[in-house]
Structures are given as structure tokens and as C-alpha cells.
Write a protein that binds this ligand. Sequence first.
Ligand SMILES: Cc1cc2nc3c(=O)[nH]c(=O)nc-3n(C[C@H](O)[C@H](O)[C@H](O)COP(=O)(O)O)c2cc1C
Length: 240
Amino acid sequence: MNNVIQQLIDRKSVRQFTDKPISNEDKDLIITAASNAPSAGNMQLYSIIDVTDEKVKEKLSVTCDNQPFIKEAKMVLVFLADYRKWYLGFKEVGEPRKIGPGDIHLALADANIAAQNAVTAAWSLGIGSCYIGDISEQYEEVTKLLKLPEYIVPASMVVFGYPTENQLERVKPERVKNKYLVFENEYRDFNAEEFKDMWSYKTGPLEYEEYMKRFLNRKYNSEFCDEMNRSMKEYLKDIK
Ligand SMILES: Cc1cc2nc3c(=O)[nH]c(=O)nc-3n(C[C@H](O)[C@H](O)[C@H](O)COP(=O)(O)O)c2cc1C
């Protein structure tokens, strides 16, 4: 196993941070790693907001489904899908069509791939991180807070900091077996037995059906998912 693959396998989310600040040099390295991620047409269809204002961090920890550890993070980066800058650049020289769903799809991919490079780079420096998917909630609040104009869609937020001892000791959650991730040549649905086998390691003391019922209600049929869907509709309302 080489060092890169070992680090990818070892990385885990970190939600408690020590007081040690992240140096400007390391921050710059992490951003440079993000910038060097693959990018559609090398257009770098994203922007990054480095949230340094403690009041903004505090507000984000509320708008992002009340997760207090966000405000304790030493670095908070919001990755924005940003085709807008190219659209405005094109407008300087011609008559670009409106931004469409395919453009947003590319920009979201670009932004999240860059974010993952930042996560991997940070881990290699001993800095932990955690994605915050809830950045796509609370459209009204977040657009106001970060002054997001039309066509800018938050792809992800990642919070960073040095892990506390207990975070280092925390066991990383297991993954499904590779055979449940990869199909050869064509997609197929799993049968009931395969579903059960695929996720059986997750259920702990619960029966599989009971675990699934609880997970359905806690995650999928949850208020935060409803809010995320409402909010994303707002972000995408003018994208036809
Ligand atoms: C798109 C995305 C959104 C996430 N949102 C949150 C979040 O809002 N809060 C949180 O604590 N963890 C969040 N996570 C972290 C996941 O819970 C974590 O990656 C998963 O449980 C696997 O654990 P690991 O990263 O330690 O391997 C998110 C991860 C991703 C990729």
C-alpha cells in the first residue's frame, strides 16, 4: 500500500478541534491543492469563501442545522459552484445564452472535486476536516450572509482544524463492500437479500428492518432534508 492510498483510507471526519491555529502557510497549501484539482475545461467553475468572521461562523453553525462545532473550527471554507464569473466574462465580449442545468452540474462537480483535494491535502498535514452538507439549507439566510448573487450555488462547506485526541482515537465508520459499489458494464437494482447483506454491518443491536425504518425517518424523511430540497429549488429557480 503506498502512502497516498493509505492516507485516503485513513482519513475520517473530524468534529472536535484543538486550539492550535492553522498557519497561513498551511492554509495556502490547502487552497493550492484545491486549485490543482481536475476541472471541466480547466475553467475552475468555483469560488471559495474563506469565512474568517467569527460572527458569520456562528451564524452558519445555526443555519447549517444547528451544528455548534462549525463555529469552533479553525478554518471554514465554502465551495461555491460558480459559472457566473465566466457568464459575466462572456457578456463582456458577446451574447452568452443563460446558464443551464448542465452548466450548474459541471460547476457543482468542479467545486466538490476541489473541496475533496483540500480535505486530502489537510489530512496529509495532520489537519482534520468535516463536510457540512447543510450549507445548501436556508437559502434566504445564506445568500444574505455570504452575499451570493444569481447563479451562485453552494456546493459544500468544509470545516478544518487539528483533531483532538478522542477524534484521533474515534473508529472510522465502515464502508460497504466494493462488490456493492461496482457493476460490470450495466446498472442493476439489488434484491431484498442483497440490500440486507450490503448494509447489515450498520445495524448494531437492531434488526435490519427496524434499523432501516429509523434511518428513513432520521435522515430521508427528516425536516433537514425537506429544508435542503426547498432551499436548492430556490437556488436553481432561474436555471432552465
Ligand atoms: C456531502 C457531505 C455532507 C456532509 N454533511 C455533514 C454535516 O452536515 N455534518 C456532519 O457532522 N458531517 C457531515 N458529513 C460527514 C459524513 O457524516 C461523513 O463523511 C460520513 O459519516 C463518513 O465518515 P468519515 O468521513 O469519518 O469516513 C458530510 C459528508 C459529505 C460528503
